[in-house]
Design a protein around this ligand. Structure first.
Ligand code: GLV
Ligand code: MG
Length: 347
């Protein structure tokens, strides 16, 4: 790990310099697509208008026989697609796979700065991030990029979760982290074969009633611990946390509550694996009109923002001003970038 003084040094001669501030993009939903499938490609212009980010997936879900076709097709799609404000990301194959080197170099050569973020799966320790960081920098220099392509890490191994604090401060190229519940479950030996969401047998019993009957069972959130740990690591280092996939497309309610828990806990967005999940994520990761209204009223009631007042029967002080500003800043960003949802906000 480099000392603080050298943290912002370029990792290759001629590469673009790391930026100190992360761009304040609206990224409520990262929509995954397999780049080599014709009817998916045909729908992309419409999906691109809907989604905050589209991501060409090259890793799991793309069979080895299609890996190169998917990579080449993604480059063509990226060159031709009118993105107008929608982010273009990719998830490359893992750093130990036979595809990693060419995934990176081919996409940087062919997409240049049209590619915003490279998602790295199966990251365990910071040396792996630094290896990818250097290799991306070398390619940026070789192909004359003017701006750094960011790295987004999937937190999906037990070792990655153990090291998350070190990972989050490893490089100024980092954009953020996503929790990958499927690989994480396997890595930890969890006994669930679902992709995200709950498990009907994971929960606690309430007490028996007075007749020793009617004992209720409450299902619990499998991901709370890892998600919270990841969110703290991200927030402490100025990068963004996301929930990953929710695999059951036929359970929009389950998807909504998984996404909402992560929104409330501090995540900026989540993945979508099916177009129906884009709508869910955009709704969930935009605060409700009522919450924003309440936040605005708290700010008004607090005057210069210091001291304490009673509003709506509840105590407000300097800290609730800061809490309110989280919602107001997000509402302002949504109003600017997504007027369809944002027109509701009076900010
Ligand atoms: C995502 O990649 C996951 O493993 O959940
Ligand atoms: Mg995975």
């Amino acid at each position: 790990m480099v000392s603080n003084r050298n943290f912002y040094n370029k990792l290759a001669v001629g590469a673009p310099a790391p930026e100190k501030e992360l761009e304040n993009n609206l990224e409520r939903v990262i929509h995954f697509f397999p780049p080599h499938i014709k009817n998916v490609i045909d729908k992309l212009p419409e999906i691109t208008k809907e989604s905050d980010v589209i991501l060409g997936n090259l890793e799991d879900g793309i069979s080895p026989k299609d890996k190169i076709k998917a990579r080449e097709s993604l480059a063509k799609i990226g060159q031709q697609l009118d993105l107008s404000g929608t982010g273009l990301w990719t998830r490359v194959n893992s750093i130990d796979s036979p595809w990693f080197l060419d995934d990176i170099s081919y996409l940087i050569e062919n997409l240049g700065n049209k590619l915003d973020v490279i998602m790295l799966p199966m990251i365990n320790d910071e040396n792996e991030i630094l290896f990818a960081d250097r290799y991306i920098a070398l390619n940026e220099a070789k192909f004359n990029l003017t701006k750094q392509i960011k790295i987004h890490v999937i937190l999906e191994t037990a070792e990655g979760v153990m090291n998350v604090e070190k990972l989050a401060r490893s490089s100024p190229r980092l954009h953020g982290f996503s929790l990958g519940p499927a690989d994480l479950a396997a890595s930890r030996g969890m006994k669930t074969i679902r992709v995200g969401g709950g498990h009907p047998d994971y929960g606690v019993h309430g007490d028996r009633d007075i007749n020793n009957k009617n004992r209720k069972f409450y299902q619990q959130d499998l991901w709370h611990y890892s998600l919270s740990k990841m969110i703290d690591a991200c927030a402490a280092n100025g990068i963004k946390p996301f929930f990953g996939p929710f695999g059951d497309f036929d359970d929009p309610e389950g998807c909504e509550s998984q996404f909402r828990n992560s929104f409330i806990l501090g995540c900026s967005g989540a993945w979508s694996l099916h177009p129906s999940q884009i709508t869910i994520a955009k709704r969930v990761f935009s605060p409700s009109k009522e919450e924003v209204e309440k936040a605005v009223k708290i700010i008004e009631a607090m005057g210069d923002g210091t001291g304490a007042v009673k509003f709506d029967g509840k105590m407000q002080d300097d800290a609730t001003v800061k809490q309110s500003m989280v919602l107001i800043d997000l509402a302002k960003k949504i109003k600017e970038k997504d007027p369809e949802i944002g027109e509701e906000y009076k900010v």
